[in-house]
Ligand binder design. Structure first.
Ligand SMILES: [Zn+2]
Length: 367
C-alpha cells in the first residue's frame, strides 16, 4: 500500500469522526464533551503532532484492537516471552503505536536481547515515548507509554547496549510495523529540516548562516553549539568523506574518510563566525591528530569546513592568532581548514544525544 493510501485512510477516518461530531450537533444533540474538542497541536522534534488524545477517541480506537493488543495497551498486560510477532522482525522500517499510529521505535535501534521481547536501545523520537514509575508486581520498574494516546508499551531497563545502555523492552502487540517508505509521514516538516540552509552560508531573506566544525565525537560538540546565544540549530553528521550517505557504522570503520561534524545554523546578527571559532577551540583539543581523548581514528579529526572565502580567511587568521599566543602550551594546531563538501546528517539517535541520555560529556562548555 502506498503512503498516499495510508494517509488517505487516516484522513478518511478523521473526516468520518468530524462528520459524526457535526451531524450530532446538527440534530440538536447535546454539545460534544470537552474532551472531544479540537486539541491544539504540539509538534515533536521529528514533526509529529503529539498532543494527548481525548480519552473517548482513544477508547473508540482501542475497541477495534484484537484482545491481546487491547490487554497490553489498555490494561498494562504483558505478552508471553518469545511469542510476539515482531520479535524476529529484521525488516527496515518504523515501529508505530498499534492504537494511534505514532512512530515509536526504528529498526535501526532494534537489537537481539535474548529476553524474548522485541528490544530497542533508543526511541524514534524522545518526545514520542513517555515514562512512569511502575510499582506493580512487587518491583520498581519504569513503564513506557505512547506519549500521544497513553497506550502501555512495556518497560525500560538500564542493561542495554551502547550507545545508550538502555533496553526498551516491548510487547509486540503494542506495536505495528511499517516498512521505511510506508511509515506515517510527519504532520509537519521537522524542525531540523526547517532550519536547513543551503551551503552558500546564507539563506536569502533570512538572517541565517551555516558553519561546520569537526572536533571529535559530535555528541558533546553539538550539545554545546546548540546552547550558544544566537545559534538556531546544531545537527550532528558526517562530512569530507568520499562515499555517499554514509551511516555511523561505515564512518566508524575509518574507511569512508568522513569526519564526525556538527552543522551550526546561526543568526549572524546575534553571533559572529569568529565567536563560533572561539567556542570551537575551547571545546576540543586541536593539537591531537586524528583523535580526541579516548576516541581514535580519522573520523575524530579536528576540522573547520568553510562555506565561503570569508570563513576560510577568518579561520586561518584565528588559528595563527592562537599559535602566536602559544595557546595549548605552544603545541602545533593540526586542525584542517577545508572547503565544505556534502553534509550528511547522522542517524536520529545521535541527534541531541546528550539531552536524550543525560550522558556525561568530556567537552567543556565554551559559553
Ligand atoms: Zn499511541
Amino acid at each position: 500500500m502506498s503512503t498516499a493510501k495510508l494517509v488517505g485512510i487516516g484522513l478518511m477516518g478523521f473526516a468520518a469522526a468530524v462528520f459524526a461530531l457535526h451531524s450530532m450537533t446538527a440534530k440538536g444533540q447535546p454539545a460534544p464533551k470537552k474532551s472531544e474538542e479540537t486539541v491544539k497541536p504540539q509538534y515533536s522534534k521529528s514533526g509529529y503532532d503529539i498532543a494527548p488524545l481525548p480519552k473517548d477517541r482513544v477508547a473508540a480506537w482501542a475497541a477495534k484492537l484484537d484482545p491481546e493488543a487491547f490487554n497490553v495497551t489498555q490494561d498494562g498486560g504483558t505478552e508471553r516471552a518469545f511469542c510476539g510477532g515482531l520479535l524476529a522482525n529484521k525488516e527496515s522500517g518504523v515501529y508505530t503505536c498499534v492504537v494511534c499510529g505514532l512512530p515509536l521505535f526504528s529498526s535501526e535501534q532494534k537489537f537481539e536481547s535474548g529476553t524474548g521481547w522485541p528490544s530497542f536501545f533508543d526511541k524514534f523520537d524522545p518526545d514520542h515515548v513517555s515514562e512512569v514509575i511502575d510499582r506493580s508486581m512487587g518491583m520498581v520498574r519504569t513503564e513506557i507509554n505512547c506519549a500521544r494516546c497513553g497506550a502501555h508499551l512495556g518497560h525500560v531497563f538500564e542493561d542495554g547496549p551502547p550507545p545508550t545502555g538502555l533496553r526498551y523492552c516491548l510487547n509486540s502487540a503494542a506495536l505495528k510495523f511499517a516498512e521505511k517508505d510506508k511509515a506515517p509521514p510527519p504532520d509537519r516538516a521537522p524542525g531540523k529540516e526547517n532550519a536547513a540552509v543551503s551551503a552558500t552560508g546564507k539563506d536569502a531573506g533570512k538572517e541565517q548562516a551555516v558553519a561546520y566544525f569537526a572536533g571529535g565525537c559530535f555528541w558533546g560538540i553539538e550539545h554545546y553549539f546548540q546552547v550558544g546565544p544566537g545559534v538556531i540549530d546544531a545537527v550532528s553528521g558526517y562530512m569530507q568523506g568520499h562515499t555517499e550517505n554514509p551511516d555511523y557504522k561505515q564512518v566508524c570503520s575509518d574507511s569512508t574518510g568522513h569526519a564526525e561534524t556538527v552543522k551550526v545554523v546561526y543568526d549572524p546578527s546575534k553571533i559572529k563566525y569568529r565567536d563560533l571559532l572561539v567556542a570551537f577551540f575551547k571545546m576540543h583539543d586541536p593539537t591531537q591528530m586524528n583523535r580526541q581523548g579516548p576516541d581514535y581514528g580519522s573520523q575524530y579529526r579536528s576540522g573547520i569546513w568553510y562555506v565561503n572565502d570569508e570563513q576560510r580567511v577568518e579561520a586561518e587568521k584565528y588559528i595563527k592568532e592562537l599559535e602566536s599566543q602559544k595557546a595549548f602550551d605552544g603545541r602545533k594546531i593540526v586542525t584542517q581548514v577545508e572547503k565544505a563538501k556534502t553534509f550528511y546528517p547522522a542517524e536520529e539517535y545521535h541527534q541531541d544525544y546528550i539531552d536524550k541520555t543525560g550522558g556525561v560529556c568530556h567537552v567543556a562548555n565554551p559559553w
